[in-house]
Write a protein that binds this ligand. Structure first.
Ligand SMILES: *[C@@H]1O[C@H](CO)[C@@H](O)[C@H](O)[C@H]1NC(C)=O
Ligand SMILES: *[C@@H]1O[C@H](CO)[C@@H](O)[C@H](O)[C@H]1NC(C)=O
Ligand SMILES: *[C@@H]1O[C@H](CO)[C@@H](O)[C@H](O)[C@H]1NC(C)=O
Ligand SMILES: *[C@@H]1O[C@H](CO)[C@@H](O)[C@H](O)[C@H]1NC(C)=O
Ligand SMILES: *[C@@H]1O[C@H](CO)[C@@H](O)[C@H](O)[C@H]1NC(C)=O
Ligand SMILES: *[C@@H]1O[C@H](CO)[C@@H](O)[C@H](O)[C@H]1NC(C)=O
Length: 488
């Protein structure tokens, strides 16, 4: 008895020793095994051979069956509008340069907006968008305006929807015919004395001017949206029936652009999804409840995706559940959708920072996500710690964490997550982690960049929004995010 009993403590301590050892091992293993995903290195560039002939047209099909109060449009990458063979290397490198210029002008605009204490007219005189922005606005949808198919560039950062209009003083080349108000029975002129005309102040930064065009009486509401680089659209406001998929909205107010210049190449015009009264979202509030969402495809997938209007979540093909975060209210930056970034994790490792809790803009027009320098620095450090053993390469433009992966087939990359107020989570898709500066993968870089200064406002770019369902609910002032394969 006593002999047996004397073994007991030893057994116990051995057991607990082994247990502790096991636990320690577990911790080490769990710690060492960071959350990762496999990237197929050479499968990440779109080529025409991967896609069928039809997809090289600018026009997109609206395939999805509509519900009572929702509609879904097919969305395409604008590269497909050009109809030309694309030199991807050149294109990809140019996009980075333009993206940088765009973010710099955006920061200047934010600074100007924030420094005005009163909401004066001068504040709204700042150009809404830069021409550069328009070139980086990559996605187009097809809608019916007055019964005619029009391809529009999608922009969450501006408000007025416009198309090139007959008779046209000066128009750039577009696919398909120009919109002609004279042959549409549903077209109406918006008069200068209307409240709609006055709403233009907020939307475009230029008050609605009373003008007369082509011998009309001086009653039209003229608009100008001017862009930093000399691009602009100029014309008069009209209203028309617009059909988004199967859903028709009457008396939709839009800009009839008689003189348009800039980098809108191929498209008929632009769809404004910002927050002011003339925005498509606000104008269709009764029909769609102020809700729209998109799923941005990665170009390499053959460039299909979707833009949905309405709050029927059954049209989403999300693969994870939707998590919501409040839209931050900032009266000075009223044209932006702003979120509250509360954390970033790399491969499951949460990064500490004192720069969380400030607003970060979510934008469909910026390509590369910009983070405050302190956050970017810890992202870079942790990423390099986990993504080891690959030949490094020199930085390019705004990107400074680069590799030569040309001789690899598959690489395992740490999962990047951005966390927002309310624990909403954006898990960056595997196609949104590396930017290919050279299409042969001899220069690929972490597709995140640092702002110049700690006090600048961060931006979530469209590269990190690929293969996500992003839901803008302007009525409940919240934004939802879920994983979704956009190319289905
Ligand atoms: C617009 O395009 C769609 C899809 O290509 C087509 O089915 C429809 O008939 C077109 N509508 C008009 C008015 O041309
Ligand atoms: C605005 O002007 C139009 C045309 O001059 C006129 O018919 C209309 O009554 C005016 N409306 C208002 C609200 O003054
Ligand atoms: C899609 O999102 C909804 C709403 O959060 C959720 O109920 C559903 O389970 C999600 N689908 C999948 C496959 O996770
Ligand atoms: C962001 O969220 C944090 C944590 O919930 C909160 O303390 C902070 O006030 C929020 N910031 C803004 C700008 O709403
Ligand atoms: C790379 O991944 C693809 C797809 O996941 C797989 O078919 C292929 O066998 C992998 N190649 C290697 C060398 O592991
Ligand atoms: C990338 O690596 C490959 C093979 O490892 C090498 O042949 C090539 O010269 C490298 N390219 C650059 C631009 O460094």
């Amino acid at each position: 008895m006593s002999k047996k009993a004397s073994f007991l403590p030893l057994n116990l301590s051995l057991a607990s020793f082994l247990l502790v050892l096991l636990l320690l091992l577990c911790v080490v293993v769990v710690h060492g095994a960071h959350e990762k995903k496999i990237l197929s290195v050479h499968n990440n560039i779109w080529s025409p051979t991967k896609s069928n002939e039809a997809s090289t047209s600018c026009f997109s099909h609206n395939l999805v069956k509509e519900r009572e109060s929702s509609t879904t449009l097919g969305m395409k990458h604008r590269e497909l509008c050009s109809g030309k063979t694309i030199d991807w290397g050149k294109k990809l490198r140019r996009a980075l340069t333009l993206d940088n210029i765009r973010v710099q002008s955006l920061q200047l605009r934010i600074k100007a907006m924030s420094s005005t204490t009163t909401e004066s007219i001068s504040e709204t005189q700042i150009p809404l968008t830069s021409g550069v922005k328009l070139e980086t606005l990559n996605y187009v949808v097809t809608v019916e305006l007055g019964g005619k198919n029009m391809t529009l560039i999608v922009d969450t950062g501006s408000d007025l929807t416009w198309v090139q209009c007959q008779p046209c003083k000066s128009c750039y080349n577009q696919q398909g015919p120009l919109y002609d108000p004279s042959v549409s029975s549903s077209y109406k002129t918006v008069f200068c004395n209307s409240s709609t005309c006055q709403d233009l102040v907020r939307a475009t930064g230029n008050s609605g001017l009373c003008g007369g065009i082509n011998g009309l009486e001086k009653t039209t509401c003229d608009y100008v949206v001017s862009y930093g680089d000399g691009s602009y659209t100029r014309g008069d406001l009209g209203s028309e029936s617009i059909k988004l998929g199967d859903m028709k909205v009457e008396n939709f107010v839009f800009g009839c652009g008689r003189s348009n210049k800039g980098l809108f190449g191929g498209a008929s015009g632009l769809m404004g999804l910002g927050r002011s009264a003339v925005s498509l979202v606000t104008q269709t509030m009764k029909t769609f409840n102020g809700v729209f969402s998109y799923c941005l495809p990665s170009l390499e997938d053959g460039a299909s995706g979707s833009l949905s209007f309405g709050d029927d979540s059954s049209v989403y093909k999300n693969s994870t559940s939707v998590s919501y975060t409040p839209l931050v209210q900032n009266p000075q930056l009223h044209s932006f959708y702003i979120l509250n970034l509360t954390g970033v994790s790399i491969g499951g490792v949460e990064l500490a920072s004192s720069s969380y809790g400030r607003g970060i803009i979510i934008d469909s027009g910026t390509v590369i996500t910009r983070l405050p320098p302190s956050i970017y620095k810890s992202v870079k450090t942790e990423f390099l710690k986990q993504f080891t053993g690959f030949p490094s390469a020199p930085g390019y433009s705004i990107l400074d964490t680069c590799f030569n992966l040309t001789s690899y087939e598959n690489v395992s990359i740490p999962i990047i997550k951005m966390i927002f107020q309310g624990n909403a989570e954006l898990e960056v898709d595997v196609t949104g982690v590396f930017y290919y500066v050279n299409p042969d993968a001899s220069l690929v870089c972490l597709a995140l960049a640092s702002l110049s200064y700690e006090n600048e406002v961060g931006i979530i770019g469209n590269y990190q929004q690929k293969n996500q369902r992003v839901i803008y609910d302007t009525k409940q002032e919240k934004l939802g995010i879920a994983g979704e394969n956009c190319s289905i």
